[in-house]
Design a binder for this molecule. Structure first.
Ligand SMILES: Nc1ncnc2c1ncn2[C@@H]1O[C@H](COP(=O)(O)OP(=O)(O)OP(=O)(O)O)[C@@H](O)[C@H]1O
Ligand SMILES: [Mg+2]
Length: 384
């Protein structure tokens, strides 16, 4: 198990800054995800960790040792790519054996007489190692096949197997599931999380898919434009985003954002409706963030109600997402309803809805969250 620290990592390609001073401590045995939109620098950061790319400045520390000058092969971290990178002309078993052979070659070569004998017994041990790993990944019946004769999921498992056989201190994975179809991707999420639990090894996992990050990680680092905006558990990131860009990035359907203002008492208002209260009044122009599941359909006479008209609905069976055009005509919101509530769901219906008690996020003009005290989870008392 490797603990990994990144200290003030900067990276430029020519004049273009790609990473702008990344500090990150990854604990030994942790499943940490780097998540963010395309081009934000996730792969570059992972490649710097692996030693495939040198940082322009900053330090990479593995298990307390600075490894900037250390070759990738000596870092004892295994990399798994989206593209699998399997050799097409070799069987699964031979593909899985490759990293072991490469590592052992110099040793046997140095022994010209005992070498062949040693090599044979070594080979038998390696075959056993490959078979054991294949069993864990449930591909032991596929060892004689070539990559072209495997499904996408099986290929991904073979690539994982090749990374696992040499028992690395950590795995670095760059979008390993993105070539798989949607159902298999969801299945493999669970398998990877299980694999992590059984190996008890450090996983650093790159994805642009917020759902993958939320479902698999111990902690996730949300990256944008070469910076980490927030680092936290999936629960912290989803429920207590510190920045409006983080709030927008996680969650599907997206969080509803509404312009509002703070009155002199710190009440966050949207139109005539008071939605929550914050501890300070530094910024009178604010944005309110309300997740679809934190809103519920209510009576038109309710004082706390926002009003609009249903313009679209998505029926997902267990939930219905109502897209509502607000009375001001300028804004749309998505509200989650459940069929059991018996809500009017036909398009064109006028509808009233309100926030569930205690749930509304307030962001200042710069996009910083202002309804949280320093003690992360504690919101100030509510008005409603
Ligand atoms: N070798 C390179 N030379 C020049 N620019 C590069 C190079 N590699 C990456 N970049 C640029 O650096 C930025 C970050 O790239 P990176 O591959 O790290 O993004 P990413 O977050 O992994 O994106 P994606 O989700 O699309 O894989 C991009 O703007 C990219 O064009
Ligand atoms: Mg990438």
């Amino acid at each position: 198990m490797a603990s990994i620290s990144l200290r003030a990592i900067e990276k430029r390609f020519g004049e273009t800054p790609v990473l702008e001073g990344i500090n990150l401590d990854i604990e030994a045995g942790e499943f940490l995800t780097l998540v963010g939109p395309s081009g934000c620098g996730k792969s570059t950061l992972l490649r710097i960790l692996a030693g495939l790319e040198a940082p322009t400045s900053g330090t990479v520390v593995i298990d307390g040792n600075t490894v900037n000058e250390m070759r990738p092969a000596d870092r004892n971290l295994a990399m798994v790519f989206q593209s699998y990178a399997l050799y097409p002309h070799l069987t699964v078993a031979q593909n899985m054996m490759t990293p072991l052979r490469l590592r052992d070659l110099s040793f046997t070569e140095r022994l010209p007489i005992a070498g062949p004998l040693l090599a044979r017994s070594k080979h038998r041990a390696l075959v056993r190692q490959v078979e054991d790993t294949a069993k864990v990944l449930k591909i032991d019946h596929l060892l004689a096949r070539k990559p072209g004769q495997l499904s996408g999921g099986q290929r991904q498992r073979a690539a994982l197997g090749r990374a696992m056989v040499r028992k690395p201190a950590g795995f670095l994975m760059d979008e390993p599931l993105s070539n798989l179809d949607a159902a298999l991707r969801i299945h493999m999420r669970a398998e990877l999380a299980e694999l992590h639990r059984s190996l008890q090894t450090t996983f650093v996992y790159v994805t642009h898919d917020q759902a993958e990050a939320l479902t698999m990680s111990d902690r996730m680092a949300v990256m944008m434009d070469g910076n980490i905006l927030q680092l936290g558990t999936p629960d912290e990131i989803y429920n207590n985003p510190r920045d409006i860009r983080v709030a927008e990035f996680v969650g599907a359907p997206k969080i509803n954002l509404l312009p509002g203002h703070l009155d002199s008492g710190g009440h966050a208002c949207c139109g005539g409706v008071v939605l929550t209260r914050v501890a300070h009044t530094a910024s009178d122009e604010i944005t309110l963030g309300l997740r679809p599941e934190h809103l519920s359909v209510c009576d038109h006479t309710d004082q706390q109600a926002l009003k609009g008209r249903v313009v679209h609905k998505e029926n997902l069976g267990a939930d219905i997402y109502l897209h509502i055009s607000l009375q001001d005509g300028a804004h749309r919101m998505v509200v989650r309803a459940t069929p059991v509530e018996g809500v009017p769901v036909s398009i064109g219906t006028d509808i009233a809805f309100k926030r569930l008690h205690g749930v509304a996020m307030v962001f200042d003009k710069a996009g910083k969250r202002i309804d949280l005290t320093d003690d992360t989870s504690a919101a100030v008392p509510e008005v409603a």
